[in-house]
Ligand binder design. Structure first.
Ligand SMILES: OC[C@H]1O[C@H](O[C@H]2[C@H](O)[C@@H](O)[C@@H](O[C@H]3[C@H](O)[C@@H](O)[C@@H](O)O[C@@H]3CO)O[C@@H]2CO)[C@H](O)[C@@H](O)[C@@H]1O
Length: 985
């Protein structure tokens, strides 16, 4: 049923649209054909018969600014109510044609959605522009439904009528959160510009996905255009998350101590909800949205003081919190492109076992497929018999297998008999589920298997098709029924979607299939990769010099002259630009193909089943694929949480998938960038994230791989993945890497109950699992940009080594003088002054981990898999603060079901020499408690008791002031947390 407010808005808009004559559209209406009967059906714009080649363009932000000539709008017919503001906005002067045709009248609809969220929508009056929020069939989220319009809201909306400009103020502290004053609104068919003033030296985070430091600069352009090119620095990458969190600091005048200024902080968030192409220009005093289509749907999250988690929680809950993953996904994952047969994987498995390094999951890249074709299994190198044996064997050790599936489906060659049986193509043709060209023919791109077609995940028919394909894959692997375990997760890749040619290059050429991709693959002759981590030339000089020489001669042998670049000429100022979705008048600053929008991905005029062009839903393909895969897997494996790893993501993808940061290089710089990458995704509702440890492209080395494996053990998603042709990098290939992996992984596996609790908090409240230091210490201004260290939850601080050939690392330990930090390994207190950069010893096989006083961490005795670890006894690590107080939580359930019959949440509290637990829920954890270690206890206890029984197995270590209580199994035989207890001393 249409909510009352939406109904009233429609009536209002309808009334105004009939009152305002046809001059409302400055642009030629015939250039846009849209359905007049349904808001969700769109027909294609007039375009050439097949998806055209794009034309490289010079980014418009490099041209003289054209928006200064624009007149802006004035507000008319303003109607204010307790739930929002409605008004007509009328163009104040002649159209300026900045990069499109100005609409003369717009509808302003401000909705006081909830206590802490306001929605400001500005759209063309007659609804001709594509409107993402009308497409809940492709993207749905709580923010469409949780509308309460309360009177006690924590913000106010203000506006000036002429020119129309608005600002939003948080009422609790009068902070202006968004402020368009002084910047004319531009609203054209292919260009929309909205600007907010920013405070000086603002601290902004988010606006992913781009390889960049954590805190965004004040002079940076962010482009939202899903791109499959490997992780370009500072440019648009795989996913689009147009949300930012802003953190502000103000001096706390009452609390100045000595030279050190103390601060208060507050934060808020801003989301521009669109799947169209967009740029966000961050400039010293303002932030400007430049959109090439759609309408304005701006959401402001009011946040509040001193806790950025509050802002993130408001945002993530509104887009949908991330799903719980199965417990085993928190284990270690090993992968590479180049496991050419199942024996390779078995050898790797043996390597892990021989070297006693934990591993939960084996991943397969394209190697398992027959000629790179989705939903096939190579009958020789991955024969059914060998795979059945493999599956039985890993099942017996409770390990897992995750294969890759690409978005692109091989387009069968009609003249090749052996292609006739390629079900995924012919079934897709029969079900009519592939993306089309504007003329109705199927769009044919080029990916690994040759010419390929692309499922249209906006088409409801694609769900059954996709499920059939995934079910068939279990059979291809040799399973007779879904109760026989084959793959227990799926890796979905190339889902921007990537295509290696421009346009529908395979149209009319399927008889040439299979064609090779347009470049030589790494690992194929003449294309061996000779890149090594920074510093390799110093520490491995001889090897480096021979590699360098051969690399250089290979370059001279294969280098070709650079391609001729065709530049589109920009439309002159004040001249009405042509509506063109392939080469829109505003050229986004994109990374791929010298500005050609059709490069590396499907063209903008590729067309979905209902006529919607990709131009308008450009950034959502990866999300759609993850959602369809989630739907298919949850119906194949009933009530089992699907584990999906997706390369391209969009707002809310965390509900369906985890994410890895894509194709990085085996470089120290890339190891560093993985930290801000993971922290950023953790603020965006996609916490299950990690980077390819040791690096994907190029060769790694011992030093880098050792450090990276240790650091990645503290990523929510922990995988080592390697490219074709690079040297092997499984952790047992070098003794030091094996050792650093064993040490860090024993910490990771012992922390599994803590990790799982963090996942639950992310699922319930949207909280990040991995946190930037400023998140936990929001009033310390000097932490605003810290991204070489990070926190796991609120209790652990990780200080990794991020450079070659060193044995020390520097890090800060936040908090005031009463905050305590303990070293993980030796339990000593880390001596430091507030704000001091402390130098820590960090030999090659060691990663610095600090425990925050005041926190209790549940642990389990680590083993070689998550399954075995879950069978072991628990331990508790109680890190007291300077008041000898600490607390913590643990969440448990069966670790795999979507719907739980029972769960258990246990609270730990330590105060006044008593540690007590209390549990809520009836999930039975049968493992006993073994040890309790209490750090920071000022006095040795005489006696220790559990309930009323005296415990004799305890010791107190004077040097570290720690109490160690052992042999608690005798008292907790029925399960560590099955009844409440108190240990006192
Ligand atoms: O399944 C194999 C891997 O596929 C993905 O990575 C590939 C990426 O998607 C491709 O675009 C391509 O990258 C090349 C790039 O297009 C080209 O401009 C140049 O920069 O060289 C790149 C490397 O060849 O190849 C990538 C694989 O090398 C996926 O992200 C990987 O995880 C998969 O292993």
């Amino acid at each position: 049923m249409l909510p009352l407010r939406s109904f009233l808005v429609s009536v209002f808009a309808f009334f105004l649209s009939i009152c305002i004559p046809s001059f409302v559209f400055a642009q030629d209406a015939s250039t846009i054909i849209s359905s007049s009967t349904s808001s969700t059906t769109y027909r294609a714009l007039p375009t050439p018969s097949v998806a055209t080649l794009g034309i490289p363009q010079t980014p418009s932000d490099q041209e003289p600014y054209r928006g200064s000539n624009c007149p802006g709008y004035r507000a008319l017919n303003v109607s204010e109510s307790s739930s929002g503001v409605l008004a007509i906005l009328a163009l104040r002067g002649p159209p300026c044609y900045a990069y499109g045709n100005d609409y003369s009248h717009l509808l302003l609809n401000v909705s006081y959605d909830t206590v802490d969220r306001i929605h400001i929508s500005i759209s063309d009056l007659q609804g001709k522009q594509f409107r993402f929020t009308n497409r809940s069939d492709v993207w749905d989220a709580p923010l469409y439904h949780d509308l309460t319009h309360p009177s006690n809201r924590s913000y106010s909306f203000f506006y000036n009528s002429d020119p129309f400009e608005f600002w939003v103020v948080r009422t609790t502290d009068n902070e202006v959160l968004f402020d368009s004053r002084g910047h004319p609104l531009i609203f054209q068919d292919q260009y929309i510009e909205l600007t907010t003033n920013m405070v000086e030296n603002y601290n902004l985070y988010g606006l992913a996905e781009t390889v960049h430091g954590l805190r965004l600069g004040n002079n940076l352009t962010r482009t939202f255009w899903a791109n499959g090119d490997p992780t370009p620095l500072d440019h648009n990458a795989y996913g689009t998350h147009p949300f930012y969190l802003e953190q502000r600091y103000s001096p706390d005048r009452n609390a100045s101590s000595g030279n050190q200024t103390e601060y208060h902080s507050s934060s808020h968030g801003v989301l521009m909800l669109t799947a169209n192409g967009m740029e966000v220009q961050l400039r010293p005093n303002y932030l400007q949205y430049r959109m090439i289509g759609g309408v304005i749907d701006l959401y402001i999250y009011i946040g509040g003081s001193d806790d950025p988690k509050k802002t993130v929680s408001q945002f993530v809950k509104s887009i949908g919190t991330p799903s719980m993953q199965q417990y085993w996904t928190l284990g270690f994952h090993i992968s590479r492109w180049g496991y050419s047969n199942v024996s390779d994987i078995l050898d790797v498995r043996k390597g892990f076992s021989d070297f006693q390094i934990p591993v939960d999951t084996f991943w397969n890249d394209l190697d398992y497929m027959y000629m790179y074709r989705d939903f096939t299994v190579d009958p020789i190198s991955y024969s059914k018999d060998s795979m059945i044996d493999f599956f039985k064997s890993i099942e017996s050790t409770h390990q897992h297998y995750v294969p890759i599936i690409d978005a692109a489906i091989y387009a069968a060659n009609p003249n090749n008999k052996s292609d006739d049986s390629y079900y995924p193509y012919y079934k897709g043709i029969e079900d009519d589920v592939f993306i089309k060209n504007p003329n109705g023919s199927i769009y044919v791109g080029n990916v690994w298997p040759g010419y390929t077609v692309f499922p249209d995940f906006t088409n409801p028919a694609s769900s059954t098709y996709w499920k059939d394909c995934l079910l068939n894959l279990t059979h291809d692997f040799g399973a007779n029924s879904t109760s026989f375990p084959t793959y227990t997760g799926l890796w979905i890749d190339m889902n921007e979607p990537t295509s290696f040619c421009v346009g529908s290059c395979g149209s009319g050429r399927l008889d040439e299939n299979p064609v090779h991709v347009a470049f030589v693959l790494e690992g194929e002759t003449n294309n061996v990769v000779y890149t090594y981590p920074e510093g390799f030339n110093i520490t491995n000089a001889t090897e480096y010099s021979s590699i360098y020489t051969s690399s250089l001669s290979q370059y001279h042998a294969t280098a070709t002259s650079s391609l001729e670049i065709v530049k589109a000429s920009p439309t002159p100022m004040n001249v009405k630009p042509e509506y063109n979705i392939n080469n829109p008048p505003y050229a986004l600053s994109i990374e791929q193909g010298n500005g050609d929008l059709a490069n590396e991905g499907l063209s903008t005029n590729a067309t979905y089943f209902d006529g919607t062009v990709r131009y308008n839903l450009f950034n959502i393909y990866g999300y759609g694929m993850a959602k369809a895969t989630y739907g298919a897997l949850s119906s194949i494996y009933e009530n089992k949480r699907p584990f999906i790893l997706s390369r391209s993501t969009f707002l809310s993808s965390g509900r369906y998938a985890a994410h890895w940061l894509g194709d990085n290089y085996s470089l120290w710089s890339n190891m560093f960038f993985s930290i801000p990458g993971m922290l950023t995704f953790n603020m965006l509702g996609l916490p299950m994230v990690g980077a390819d440890a040791c690096g994907f492209m190029g060769n790694t080395d011992e030093d880098l791989c050792s450090r990276w494996m240790a650091m990645a053990a503290f990523s929510p998603f922990f995988r080592n993945h390697n490219s074709l042709g690079s040297i092997s990098q499984e952790p047992y290939r070098w003794e030091s890497v094996a050792e650093s992996s064993r040490r860090a992984m024993s910490i990771r596996y012992s922390l599994l109950p803590y990790w799982y609790t963090l996942m639950k908090d992310a699922h319930s409240d949207g909280f990040p699992m991995l946190r930037a230091l400023f998140f936990e210490f929001p009033n310390e201004k000097n932490l605003a940009a810290v991204d070489r260290q990070f926190m796991v939850g609120d209790a652990l601080l990780i200080t990794p080594v991020l450079e070659p050939n060193v044995s020390h690392v520097q890090g800060v330990f936040p908090g005031n003088s009463s905050t305590k930090w303990y070293d993980w390994y030796n339990h000593t207190v880390i001596e430091r002054q507030p704000g001091e950069n402390v130098t820590l010893y960090a030999p090659l096989e060691h990663i610095n981990v600090a425990i925050r006083g005041g926190k209790i961490i549940p642990l389990q005795v680590p083993a070689l898999t998550t399954y075995e670890t879950r069978q072991n006894p628990f331990n508790l690590l109680v890190a007291l603060d300077s008041n000898e107080f600490s607390e913590g939580t643990m969440y448990t359930d069966d670790g795999e079901s979507i719907t739980q019959n029972s769960t258990l949440t246990t609270k730990f509290l330590c105060s006044s020499n008593r540690l007590s637990i209390s549990s809520v829920g009836d999930y039975h954890v049968q493992n006993p408690l073994a040890n309790v270690t209490v750090l920071g206890l000022s006095q040795a206890p005489n006696k220790v008791k559990i309930q009323n029984s005296e415990i004799h197995t305890f010791s107190y270590i004077n040097a570290t002031r720690e109490l160690v209580i052992t042999n608690l199994e005798n008292y907790t035989m029925n399960g560590a947390f099955s009844s409440n207890w108190t240990i006192s001393w």
